[in-house]
Design a protein around this ligand. Structure first.
Ligand code: KG4
Ligand code: ZN
Length: 351
C-alpha cells in the first residue's frame, strides 16, 4: 500500500509518500522558519495562514516527486495532534477532503508516535520492545514500546521541553532562532571549563525531566557574566535579556555559557534514556525529535551505548525534525492494524 502523509502541527508544511516496504517515494517539507524568526518563536496565527498557502502545493509536489497520481494512493495519514490547533486543522481538512473525494481510508496520527517510529524508515533491524526518547520543541518524553500499538509513556518533562529550553536560552543569549542549531553551532569546540549548570532530578529513580531550573541558572549566569542588573519588571520570567541581543555581548563568553547549557541538557537526556532502557531491559534505544539532530547528543548517546551494550538508534538528521514521511509510516502501521478514523475527528492541541 502507498500512503500519503500530511504534517502541519507547527511551522513545517509537509507531505510524503511512503510504501509498505518503508520506502520513501517523496518527502517534501516547506519550513516557515524565516517567517517566525523575526518574532523569535512561532506565531500561531501566522503559522496557520502559511500552512493554508502552502498545503496544496506541498501535496502536489510530493505526488510529482514520487511520480505517482492520486489514484495510486491507498490511504492517508495526517497529524491529528499534539500541536497548534489552527495549523493542525489545515492538514486535517486537506486530508479529509482528499479521503472523501478519493474514497480512501484515513488515519489521524499522533505526532509524537510519528517521531517515535521515524527510525523504522531508515533501519530495518529494530526489535520490540524498545525504549524511545522523543525530544522536541514541545515534548521530552520517554516511552516503553512493546509493539506497534503498545506504547507506554514512562517519563516526561515536568516543565519545559528540552527543545524549548534550547530555544529560550538561544533567545536570551541573542543567538537567534531556532535555538537548537544555533546553540549547537556556537558550542562546537568550546570547553565550558568550570562552568557547570545544575542537572535536575538525577538522583531519583523516576524517569521525568525538568529544564526550567537550568534555564533560570543560565539567566543568572548571563546577568553575572555580562554585569546586567536583574530586572523584575519584565513580563514573564525569562525574557529580560532579549533586548540586549546584538548589543555587544562578549561572544566568547556567550559561547561558553551555550556550551555549558548544551552539556547539561545532553547529559541529563543520555542518563535518563539509558536508565529507562536498563530498567525495561531493551536492546535498542530510539532517540528522535528535533533535538535528536544535535551532534553532541548523538555522540554522547553512542558513547554511552557502547559502554552499556545498548544500541541507540536515530533517524537521519533531516528526519529528526518535523516531516511527513514519519506520519505516513506511522499511518501505514495503524492502517495495517485495521485502525482508521471516520471523517469526524478534530485536532488535538494535547494528546
Ligand atoms: O521535532 P521538531 O522539529 O518540532 C516539534 O515537534 O517540536 O523539534 C523542534 C525543536 C526546536 O526546539 C529546535 O530548537 C530543536 O528541535 N532542535 C535542536 C536541533 N535542531 C532542532 N535542538 C538541539 N540541537 C539541534 N541541532
Ligand atoms: Zn515534532
Amino acid at each position: 500500500m502507498m500512503v500519503l502523509g500530511i504534517e502541519t502541527s507547527c511551522d513545517e508544511t509537509a507531505a510524503a509518500l511512503v510504501t509498505d516496504q518503508a520506502t520513501i517515494l517523496s518527502d517534501v517539507v516547506v519550513s516557515q522558519i524565516d517567517v517566525h524568526r523575526e518574532f523569535g518563536g512561532v506565531v500561531p496565527e501566522l503559522a496557520s495562514r502559511k500552512h493554508v498557502e502552502a498545503i496544496s502545493v506541498v501535496i502536489d509536489r510530493a505526488l510529482v516527486r514520487a511520480g505517482v497520481t492520486v489514484e495510486q494512493i491507498g490511504g492517508i495519514g495526517v497529524t491529528r495532534g499534539p500541536g497548534l490547533i489552527g495549523s493542525l486543522l489545515v492538514g486535517i481538512s486537506a486530508a479529509k477532503g482528499m479521503a472523501l473525494a478519493l474514497n480512501l481510508p484515513l488515519c489521524g496520527v499522533n505526532h509524537l508516535h510519528g517521531h517515535l517510529f521515524a527510525p523504522f524508515l531508515e533501519h530495518s533491524d529494530i526489535d520490540f520492545p524498545f525504549v524511545g526518547l522523543v525530544v522536541s520543541g514541545g515534548h521530552t518524553s520517554l516511552y516503553h514500546v512493546r509493539g506497534p500499538l503498545e506504547i507506554q509513556l514512562v517519563g516526561k518533562t515536568r516543565d519545559d521541553a528540552a527543545g524549548e529550553a534550547f530555544d529560550k536560552v538561544a533567545k536570551l543569549l541573542g543567538l537567534g532562532y531556532p535555538g537548537g542549531p544555533v546553540i549547537e553551532q556556537s558550542s562546537r569546540g568550546v570547553d565550558p571549563g568550570d562552568l557547570r549548570f545544575p542537572r535536575a532530578l538525577l538522583d531519583k529513580d523516576d524517569l521525568d525531566f525538568s529544564f526550567s531550573g537550568l534555564k533560570t541558572a543560565v539567566l543568572r549566569q548571563a546577568e553575572e557574566t555580562f554585569r546586567i542588573p536583574r530586572r523584575t519588571d519584565a513580563p514573564g520570567s525569562f525574557h529580560p535579556l532579549t533586548t540586549l541581543a546584538g548589543a555587544g555581548l562578549d561572544l566568547d563568553a556567550v559561547r561558553i555559557i551555550a556550551a555549558a547549557f548544551q552539556e547539561a541538557v545532553t547529559e541529563v537526556l543520555v542518563l535518563k534514556a539509558f536508565r529507562a532502557a536498563e530498567k525495561y531491559k531493551t536492546r535498542h534505544l530510539i532517540v528522535s525529535g528535533g533535538v535528536a539532530a544535535n551532534r553532541a547528543l548523538r555522540d554522547k548517546m553512542e558513547l554511552e551505548g557502547q559502554r552499556r551494550g545498548i544500541e541507540p538508534v536515530f533517524p537521519s538528521v533531516e528526519r529528526c525534525t518535523d516531516n511527513a514521511a514519519m506520519i505516513a509510516a506511522r499511518a501505514l502501521t495503524l492502517l495495517h492494524a485495521g485502525m482508521q478514523d471516520d471523517l469526524h475527528f478534530g485536532a488535538l492541541s494535547r494528546w
